[in-house]
Design a protein around this ligand. Structure first.
Ligand code: HEM
Ligand SMILES: *[C@@H]1O[C@H](CO)[C@@H](O)[C@H](O)[C@H]1NC(C)=O
Ligand SMILES: *[C@@H]1O[C@H](CO)[C@@H](O)[C@H](O)[C@H]1NC(C)=O
Ligand SMILES: *[C@@H]1O[C@H](CO)[C@@H](O)[C@H](O)[C@H]1NC(C)=O
Length: 558
């Protein structure tokens, strides 16, 4: 008797649950206003096709061009699951509204959760007040003045890599080098020393515990091995991670423990040094981001409730390691590849660089001399154009995503296109209603490569385009040069200046001593969190960019 009551209660509960799931998954999405927008069809229940069309590096630019022609600039696409309706906007006015309204459009919980599970809730993952506080404490550390002070440090790493290459190529002949690996090592060393005042020794291939922990953790975080189903389950149902413990979760935990111990100790040591200096009535002179963050946290400008904890400090250092190393190393890798593919541009750049190369060797310069040399480098016009053009053509972060935290109406600047049953196209000009919870796909690459904005040669590497940009380009709300590479608005990249210093310094040093040529191995792009190089046919060998690197010997002047 009692048992059957339990059973009917259980059945009733189960029934209610089924109804609820049906409602959330099937009924509610039907009334999602995004479904009124034009867009590519989708038939399957679990369907990754739209993600593939918009995110596969080999086809995404063709996809976006076709979408604009067929559907206009506000397109309805679908995530992998049937209720995951998304707005893909290719409209600069909508983009501006979304990126600047960062309280309405936050990073969706599943991507924040993924970032947080690796590097903690630092500036990249946090939202709302927590983010505001972290950004507030972090911003002074990235001021022009502070970053200038880091230039000698960046330079010393570039010179170190040059020495390493020079000894490897001592016979004067060229060698095939994986520049992707080398740039990655160099940027790790830069961010280690500029971030923590800590030598990771990646250029030396040093056996460093902290370096290994970071590398391994980031690799696990981005690795796409493992099934899509597992990835989706973990992404959409994070509690599962606590129950399903496999090789990956264990690796991440082990790495985190190392980082917590070693980097945590660095934070304590640094605090002590600052305090000791203070007690002696001196000012601790550290230039690294950690010192600057700690000082910023103590500054009188910051209200008590805006200060950040030790834990947050570590999360932010992790975040700089994560957001600042691979991105910049990929930007450098793509620049070297493009210069290898366009030897005439490489020669122009080398001549420009050699023109201002001091006669004294770079490692003999004082810090002041390096600073004033960098002031000249920063203003070299062709170097500047090459950096902008690479960052435009191959943005390391191909796309991003936001989710609406409330219902919103997004303004547009161009009409939607609806295909009628009779084959004709009806155009309709209106704004887009984005309901709470729906995602917006931020197509970084699409805006950088839009032929209607940049002109018919938008997909080509043309550094000189920067001498004379089309007016239409100014409608893109980019943080840097009207390209979306560093995003825009309150959540745009805080490390922009840092990465430009790094790119220009390294290119200066490398171009003055080496030439770069393509090899018989064809390099193609693939999006694995970031846009990475792979050798065609050797995808399983992992990301690499082999180039023929030869010491440059200036022609003897007569
Ligand atoms: C070429 C190099 C770089 C590129 C292309 C790049 C690009 C970006 C982009 C697109 C975002 C926005 C992410 C999103 O909305 O999903 C971002 C955010 C961020 N970047 Fe960078 N980045 C670069 C270098 C750096 C460096 C060197 C650092 C630090 C040293 C850094 C630190 C950050 C941080 C902390 C954020 C989060 C900012 C926030 O949400 O308030 N980045 N970056
Ligand atoms: C933010 O969104 C609100 C409401 O949609 C709008 O009125 C406002 O203009 C937007 N702000 C920006 C900077 O786009
Ligand atoms: C930041 O300042 C607050 C208040 O002085 C302090 O409690 C906190 O420990 C500081 N954070 C770090 C990482 O030093
Ligand atoms: C780099 O190039 C400069 C100028 O051509 C030359 O003086 C210097 O010896 C080179 N250094 C190395 C390590 O190859």
């Amino acid at each position: 008797m009692g048992f059957s009551i339990y059973l009917s209660c259980l059945l009733a509960l189960l029934f209610a649950l089924v109804i609820y799931v049906c409602y959330v998954a099937v009924i509610a999405p039907r009334s999602n206003p995004l479904r009124e927008l034009p867009g590519p069809p989708s038939t399957k229940l679990i369907d990754n096709h739209h993600m593939y069309l918009t995110m596969d590096a080999g086809i995404s630019r063709k996809t976006h061009e076709r979408f604009v022609k067929e559907y206009g600039r506000s397109v309805h696409i679908r995530g992998p699951l049937p209720w995951d309706d998304r707005l893909l906007t290719l409209d600069p006015v909508s983009l501006d509204h979304i990126l600047k309204n960062s309280t309405i459009y936050e990073k969706p919980w599943y991507s924040r959760d993924l970032i947080e599970s690796l590097i903690g809730c630092g500036m990249l993952a946090a939202e709302g007040q927590v983010h505001k506080r972290q950004r507030r404490v972090g911003t002074p550390a990235f001021s022009i003045q502070n970053l200038r002070a880091l230039v000698p440090l960046v330079f010393s790493k570039g010179v170190k890599m040059r020495e390493k290459w020079s000894s490897m190529l001592a016979d004067g002949k060229g060698q095939k080098l994986d520049v992707c690996d080398w740039m990655s090592r160099a940027t790790f060393d830069v961010i280690g020393s500029a971030g923590f005042d800590y030598e990771l020794n990646a250029i030396d291939n040093g056996d460093n515990e902290l370096l290994k922990a970071y590398k391994e953790m980031f690799e696990v975080g981005i690795s796409q091995s493992g099934s899509t189903l597992r990835m989706m389950l973990f992404l959409y149902f994070p509690p599962l991670r606590r129950f399903i413990r496999d090789h990956r979760t264990r690796t991440v935990e082990r790495c985190k423990a190392v980082i917590h111990r070693v980097a945590g100790q660095l934070i304590q040591d640094k605090k002590k040094k600052i305090l000791e200096a203070e007690m002696e009535g001196k000012i601790y002179e550290g230039r690294d981001l950690l010192t600057l963050l700690l000082k910023s946290n103590q500054s009188v400008d910051i209200l008590p409730e805006q200060r950040i904890s030790d834990e947050d400090m570590l999360n932010n250092i992790n975040t700089f390691m994560f957001a600042g190393s691979d991105t910049t190393s990929l930007a450098l890798t793509w620049t070297l590849l493009l210069l290898a593919m366009y030897p005439a541009h490489q020669t122009t750049l080398r001549n420009e660089v050699l023109n201002v190369l001091p006669s004294a060797s770079l490692d003999s310069l004082t810090e002041e001399e390096v600073q004033s040399l960098y002031a000249i480098i920063a203003d070299l016009p062709f170097l500047d154009k090459v950096c902008r053009e690479t960052l435009r053509l191959i943005p390391p972060l191909h796309s991003s995503i936001r989710a609406a935290t409330q219902d919103d109406v997004v303004p547009t600047s161009s009409p939607m296109k609806f295909k009628q049953p009779d084959g004709t196209v009806r155009e309709e000009m209106r704004s887009v209603r984005v309901p709470k919870g729906s995602a917006v796909h931020i197509a970084v690459e699409a805006f950088n490569l839009d032929k209607e904005l940049w002109g018919p040669d938008a997909w080509a590497f043309v550094p000189d385009r920067w001498d004379n940009l089309p007016e239409a380009v100014t409608s893109i709300p980019g943080l840097y040069s009207n390209i979306l590479t560093f995003s825009a608005g309150p959540r745009s990249c805080i490390g922009l200046r840092f990465s430009i210093i790094e790119m220009k310094s390294f290119l200066f040093i490398l171009l003055s001593n080496f030439t770069f040529a393509t090899t018989d191995e064809k390099v193609a792009k693939a999006n694995v969190v970031l846009t990475r190089p792979y050798v065609l046919g050797k995808h399983s060998a992992g990301s690499q960019c082999p180039l023929l690197v030869t010491p440059y010997v200036p022609a003897a002047s007569a």
